[in-house]
Each structure stands twice: as structure tokens, then as C-alpha cells.
Design a protein around this ligand. Structure first.
Ligand code: ATP
Ligand code: MG
Length: 427
């Protein structure tokens, strides 16, 4: 199609989900809701815009997100606001603001768009959707186990479990990490010449992130770096042990990856990621960890928190790789009406069907047309059946039912019989 130079297009990296794609989204979202409700999680709906200060404080000034990815603007009052780049900060802000964290436990989720000004490519967008799962008030490793188990169940239900590998690490406490950070800086200082520009900069701002480098030239220097696991105290160590024991008991496979540090500052103890090698460069589908320290950092009392964020577009890409995704057509039955009397009767009958079979998806042809053109539309709709009301049927209070996907004789039925027929056929 020729591009109209006058037409306005979507912002780069921001996508429309077209009607033909939404059944897949619904299918995946439905699975997500079922799994979350099976574990007793509640939805929380949060604003898409927050004060910029919230993200700076929660995510940390020296992270990729805050340094270069946020959509920040001044509103008409001169306040600095930011389109949320992730959900954890806003979720915690809401819970603190509404006093939900006083001696309470919570299991929460949200699903919605996030915004990051990154270089758009497959699996990396400027507006993308995340499912966030956050839990508060639980210190022991059984909640770490639970959210990992929950996500694992989702992969199984969607049929993609064999495409995802779970990687685990422990970042210890803030103090343990600080000790490790010193050792790490000392180590990398010896090998300054092997660090790329980004890593040289990180050496002073956020040295743990160097471990996360994707630069193949730095593979060896990173592999030989001291391991955080060796700097964990007893408490962090036994927490991690408890988690891996639980996962072993449940038969959930994992790989311990001592280089897994996550991009955000707020994590402590358990961190994890599910990665795939079936999506090219953007291989991390779901990632999370414990962030006990963040609540205090945002002005709350010392508390416990663990959660994860799941990239919906990457998840959908994995599901799309399957041969057989059980996606229902958006129309079961298409109604064809020809003639003035039939048009009126059809409207009334369509409502009767919807009264009695509320699950059935019935589309009524609008804007008249010949039998032939209406049949074409019926076929295109994906419906299994057409119900037809012509002059004869209207005069006799009947309708005709035609199979659109099978060779079967057309039947003429009373309204009552037609409703029974559709009910049994579409169960
Ligand atoms: P990456 O290393 O891919 O940049 P990240 O560490 O920045 O990921 P998180 O902030 O942990 O990602 O977000 C959790 C998940 O959200 C990611 O694992 C990914 O599936 C998804 N995600 C993050 N950024 C984007 C993006 N720009 N476009 C699409 N999905 C994204
Ligand atoms: Mg990122």
C-alpha cells in the first residue's frame, strides 16, 4: 500500500494489537488469570504515570532504566512525571499509601503497558506489556518457591515449559553485596584494559552490572571474576538452600547462574530469570527476585517483598511457536436475513438465542445484501453454522441451519428446536 505522506503513524516501538491478534492475547491472559487465582492472588490496578522521583528512588539513579530509558515530561503544573517503565515501584507506592503493609501479607498482580525508550527491535519495544506479580510480608523461602512454582505452572498450561530454563542466583543482603562489590572492583581494576567503555563506567557506578555484559570479548574476564555466592552470610545461604531444596522436592529444574545480577538496584537474596533460546537476542521472558530493602527505601517500615515481571510480547512469541494453540473463533454462528419480514424476525430471534445461550457467539449480518454475499461473509467470519431466515422461513416461523465447515444437509427447524440444536452442537 502506498504511504500517504499526510497520514500520522504510531510512535516507533509502540504497537497496535490488531483484532486478528487479540484472541491470542485473550487466550494467554485467560491462562494467566486462572493460574493466579488458583494460588489466591488478587489484581491491583495502578496508574500508568507516577512522579519521576518515585522511579529514581526505587529503581536507582545508575540503572539503564533511569539513566536512559524513561519517558519523563513536565505536566501543566510543572511537576516532573514519568510513564511507568516497570510496575514494582508503583505497586509498592500504592500499598504504602493505603496502609496495606502493616502486619499484613499480600499476593498481588497487575497487567498493563510499560514504557522504555530503548532501541526498538524484535522483542524489545517502547511500549510493551508486563504481567507483574508482587508479594509482601513474607520472609521465608516458601514464598520464593511459590511464585516460581506459579510461573512454572503457567508455562506448563501454555505448553511452553520445554522452551524455558529457570536460572537462579542469590544476591545476598545489601551488606554482603557491598563487601562483594569491593572485591569485584578490586578484581576488575586489575583488568581495566579488558573492559569495554560501558563497563569502565560501571566500575564506579554499578560494578555488579558488568557481570551482566553481553560483550563476548569480556567473557573470560567476567567468568574469572569472584563469585557473589562466596560472600553470602549464613542467613542468605540457608535461605537459598531452602529454596533449592523446595524446588528439588517439587521437581522443578533450575540452573544456578552466579552471573545473574538483574538490572535493578533493589534486589536482595533470591533472583531468577526464565530464559529461552528460541527468540533470538531477546531471550529473557520473565525475571524477578526478592526486594526486602525497597519498602524502607520508599519510606515504609522494614518489610519483605518478592515478585517477578513477565514480558507479554515475548511470552506470546513463544506461544506462537506452537503448532496447535487452542484459540476459539470469535464467531460460532452467523445469521443471514433476506427480506423485510425476515430482517425484523431475525433481530428478535437473535436476542432470544442470546437470552438462552449466553455463551454462544452469534453475529448477525448487518447492511442486508443478497444470500450470496451474506454467505460469503458468514464463511469469512469463521462461524461453524449459518442460520438463515428468508421469506419462506419468516412466513412459517422457522429458520434454516447450515453447516459451514462440514458437508451435512441443511435443516429447517422451529426456533425452539434451533436453539436446542445449537446448544448441543456447540457444547
Ligand atoms: P532486558 O535485559 O531484556 O532489557 P530487563 O532486565 O530490562 O530486560 P525487566 O525490567 O526485568 O527487564 O523486565 C522483565 C521482563 O519484561 C523482561 O524479561 C522482558 O520479558 C520484558 N521486557 C523488558 N523490557 C522490554 C522491552 N523494551 N520490550 C519488550 N519486553 C520487555
Ligand atoms: Mg532492559
Amino acid at each position: 500500500m502506498a504511504k500517504n505522506s499526510q497520514s500520522i503513524q504510531a510512535i516507533r516501538g509502540m504497537h497496535d494489537v490488531l483484532p486478528e491478534q487479540s484472541p491470542l492475547w485473550h487466550y494467554v491472559e485467560q491462562n494467566i488469570r486462572e493460574v493466579l487465582s488458583a494460588y489466591g492472588y488478587n489484581e491491583i490496578r495502578l496508574p500508568i504515570v507516577e512522579k519521576t522521583a518515585l522511579f529514581k528512588r526505587a529503581i536507582g539513579e545508575v540503572t539503564d532504566i533511569v539513566e536512559k530509558e524513561m519517558y519523563t515530561f513536565e505536566d501543566r503544573n510543572g511537576d516532573s512525571l514519568t510513564l511507568r517503565p516497570e510496575g514494582t515501584a508503583g505497586c509498592l507506592r500504592a500499598c504504602l499509601e493505603h496502609g496495606l503493609l502493616h502486619n499484613q501479607v499480600h499476593r498481588l498482580w497487575y497487567l498493563g503497558p510499560m514504557f522504555r525508550h530503548e532501541r526498538p527491535q524484535k522483542g524489545r519495544y517502547r511500549q510493551f506489556y508486563q504481567l507483574g506479580v508482587e508479594t509482601y510480608g513474607m520472609a521465608a523461602a516458601d514464598i520464593d518457591t511459590e511464585i516460581i512454582t506459579l510461573a512454572t505452572r503457567l508455562w506448563k498450561n501454555l505448553g511452553i515449559a520445554d522452551k524455558l530454563q529457570l536460572q537462579l542466583n542469590s544476591l545476598g543482603t545489601i551488606e554482603e553485596r557491598a563487601r562483594y562489590r569491593e572485591k569485584l572492583v578490586e578484581y576488575f581494576n586489575h583488568y581495566q584494559d579488558q573492559l569495554d567503555e560501558d563497563s569502565q563506567r560501571r566500575l564506579t557506578t554499578n560494578p555488579l552490572r558488568i557481570l551482566d555484559t553481553k560483550n563476548p570479548k569480556m567473557k573470560t574476564v567476567v567468568e574469572n571474576a569472584p563469585s557473589l555466592m562466596d560472600y553470602l552470610g549464613d542467613e542468605s545461604r540457608s535461605h537459598f538452600q531452602m529454596l533449592t531444596d523446595n524446588l528439588d522436592t517439587l521437581g522443578i529444574c533450575y540452573q544456578i547462574n552466579p552471573r545473574l545480577v538483574r538490572g535493578l538496584d533493589y534486589y536482595s537474596k533470591t533472583v531468577f530469570e526464565w530464559v529461552t533460546d528460541e527468540l533470538g537476542a531477546q531471550g529473557t521472558v520473565c525475571a524477578g527476585g526478592r526486594y526486602d530493602g525497597l519498602i524502607e527505601q520508599l519510606g515504609g517500615k522494614n518489610n519483605y517483598a518478592i515478585g517477578f515481571a513477565l514480558g507479554m510480547e515475548r511470552l506470546l512469541s513463544l506461544v506462537e511457536l506452537l503448532d496447535d494453540v487452542p484459540i476459539a473463533s470469535s464467531v460460532d454462528v452467523y445469521m443471514i436475513r433476506v427480506g423485510e419480514k425476515a430482517e425484523k424476525q431475525g433481530l428478535v430471534f437473535a436476542e432470544k438465542i442470546r437470552d438462552q445461550l449466553p455463551q454462544l457467539k452469534l453475529q448477525v449480518n448487518c447492511n442486508a445484501g443478497s444470500f450470496k454475499s451474506q454467505f460469503k461473509k458468514a464463511d469469512k467470519s469463521g462461524a461453524k453454522f449459518a442460520i438463515i431466515i428468508g421469506e419462506d422461513e419468516a412466513d412459517n416461523n422457522n429458520i434454516a441451519v447450515k453447516f459451514l465447515r462440514e458437508i451435512q444437509p441443511q435443516q429447517t427447524l422451529s426456533y425452539k428446536a434451533a436453539i436446542e440444536f445449537l446448544d448441543t452442537q456447540l457444547k
